[in-house]
Design a protein. Sequence first.
Length: 239
Amino acid sequence: MAKNALVLFSGGQDSTACLAWALTHFDRVETLGFDYGQRHAVELACRKKVRDEIRRRFPQWQGKLGQDHLLDLGLLGQVSDCALTAESEIHFAENGLPNTFVPGRNLVFLTFAAALAYRRNIDVLVGGMCETDYSGYPDCRNNTMDAMQLALNLGMDRHFRIETPLMWLDKAQTWQLAYELGGNDLLEITREHSHTCYLGDRSRRFEWGYGCGTCPACELRAKGYQEFLQRNEGGGLAC
C-alpha cells in the first residue's frame, strides 16, 4: 500500500479538507499549488497559512506534512479567456457552463502533479474534484479522473492512483468531513484561513469565512455551511 501522497493544494476549502484527509491516511504528505494567473491569487498566500496552522494545531500531523511545491503555469492563464483569469463579469456561457471554467485546468494540473510525483517517488495524487456540488465543470467528473489515471499510468509507465475524497460529497458533507477529521480546530482553520471566493475578496468576513458573498463559489460554500450547521444543531460545534 502506498505510504506517500501529493495533494493538489490551492488553499481553498476543498483542498484543505483533502489535505487533512491525506494526513490521516498516509505517512508522508507533500503539497502542490499552481500560479496560473488566477484572479483570486490571494489563495496562494492562504496556502502557507493553512499549512502553518495545521502544523501548529495538529502535532500528530506535524511530522507527516512534508515539502510544499508551487509551479508557475502562467501560460494556462494566457490561453484561458474566462472570468477566473480576467477581470470580467461572471455569467453562464452558451454551452451552459459558467465562464469561470478554465478549459483543461485539472488535466494540466494532474499532468504536472504526476510529473512531480514521478520524480519524488510518490504514487498517490489527491485532489478536491467533486461532481456532487459543483458548477458542472467537465474536468471535475469521476469519469474524467478515471481516464486521467489511465493516461498517466500508460504515459509514464507507473501505477499512479488518483484519490478524490470529495467526489460524492455535497458541500455540507465536505464541512462535515473536515469536522470529523480535525474537529473545531480544522473548522476554524477552514473558515479563517482558507480562500474560495472567485473574486479574491478577503475584505468581508462571514460566518463561513472570507469572500464577496455573491460569486458562485461563495454561494456554494455559504449554503453548505448553513446545511452543515443545521445537520449538527446541538452537536457542540464551536462556530
